[in-house]
Design a protein around this ligand. Structure first.
Ligand code: FO1
Length: 309
């Protein structure tokens, strides 16, 4: 079994490549739920849904999230009724949140609701939320303390992030199956997701970081920073504002206590010695996943690196 720690869009693209070169039944995803939020009393899990929709082949490819061809009639109607509508929930996407919330209200856990959604959407990879409990990330920013989606969508990632608050994640428990998946894995991959905002909450859940340090499985991480810039989203700016520096080597530093193999882009080949000086093996390959071929080649290279360890 290969276990992948995943955020949203970058992770989903990588998983698409991985599921094309490995039987998808052999993949377990541990997904960030720090981005989860409630809108109109519905539980929305953006990162899990991005992974689900991508692997189900229904994602909106241009945006990277939501469902291709979705309409927004419900949102427009809500707007007319005076509701806040800064978070774009499409009509078909709403069906997912209605189903998830219904199941949660009936007493299902988030893991159970996710498993049902996965089966209904025909996704073969196993997807586990990092935690079944509430674990929403809050951010201290130059615009005050805000919930993750408020920063990301409403404020368009414009304020500077001064501190990420994972106290809910830190007070939660790993979802059932998470620690066992890490302990029993043949290999573990940290997807090219925001190391602070997407992987950070997963590592903040009690027991997960320790399980990663203690597992016998080799662990690889793919840098989401290429040439000092984030491929998507604010990771580079956040690394800088937290004083860590916006480079792939800074990401390697964040994971140095549990990662064995660090995957750098060709553009960052000059960082090999710096990364290897942290006690990791560097693998250098194309990481900018512009085509299905590149995604699959990246997945192959990471699996080769894990097999060689
Ligand atoms: N991202 C946006 O930039 N604007 C949106 O209105 C938006 C709506 C949305 C709805 C459902 C969903 O699953 C994701 C959505 N996202 C939206 C993406 C999401 O905010 C981020 O990609 C992640 O949380 C960061 O990983």
């Amino acid at each position: 079994m290969i276990v992948v720690l995943a955020g949203g869009v970058g992770a989903a693209k990588f998983l698409e490549g991985l599921a094309a070169v490995l039987p998808p039944e052999q993949i377990t995803v541990i997904a960030n739920t720090g981005d989860d939020a409630e809108f109109y009393d519905l539980h929305v899990s953006p990162d899990m849904d991005t992974v689900l929709y991508t692997l189900a082949g229904i994602v909106d490819r241009e945006r990277g999230w939501g469902i291709a061809g979705d309409t927004f009639h419900c949102l427009r109607a809500l707007e007319r009724l005076g509701q806040e509508t800064w978070f774009q929930l499409g009509d078909r996407d709403l069906a997912t949140h209605l189903t998830r919330t219904t199941r949660l209200r009936q007493g299902a856990t988030l893991s159970e609701a996710t498993e049902e959604l996965r089966q209904a959407l025909g996704v073969a990879c196993r997807i586990l939320p990092m935690s079944d409990g509430r674990a929403q990330t809050r951010l201290r920013t130059t615009a005050g303390i805000v919930a993750f989606q408020e920063y990301f969508v409403k404020l368009r990632q414009e304020p500077e992030v001064l501190e990420a608050d994972f106290s809910e994640a830190a007070a939660s428990q790993p979802a059932s199956g998470v620690l066992k998946a890490i302990a029993d894995a043949d290999g573990i991959i940290v997807a090219p997701s925001n190391p602070i905002l997407s992987i950070g909450p997963i590592l903040a859940v009690p027991g997960i970081r320790e399980a990663l340090r203690n597992t016998a499985a080799p662990i690889a991480a793919i840098s989401p920073i290429v040439g000092g810039r984030a491929l998507k989203g604010p990771a580079d700016r956040i690394l800088k504002s937290l004083g860590l520096g916006a480079s792939a080597a800074a990401v390697a530093e964040l994971f140095r206590d549990f990662v064995d193999i660090f995957v750098l882009d060709l553009e960052d080949a000059s960082l090999r010695d710096e990364v290897e000086g942290k006690g990791m093996k560097a693998v250098i390959t194309q990481t900018v996943m512009s085509t299905p071929e590149v995604r699959q080649e990246l997945a192959r290279k990471v699996l080769e690196g894990l097999a060689r360890k």
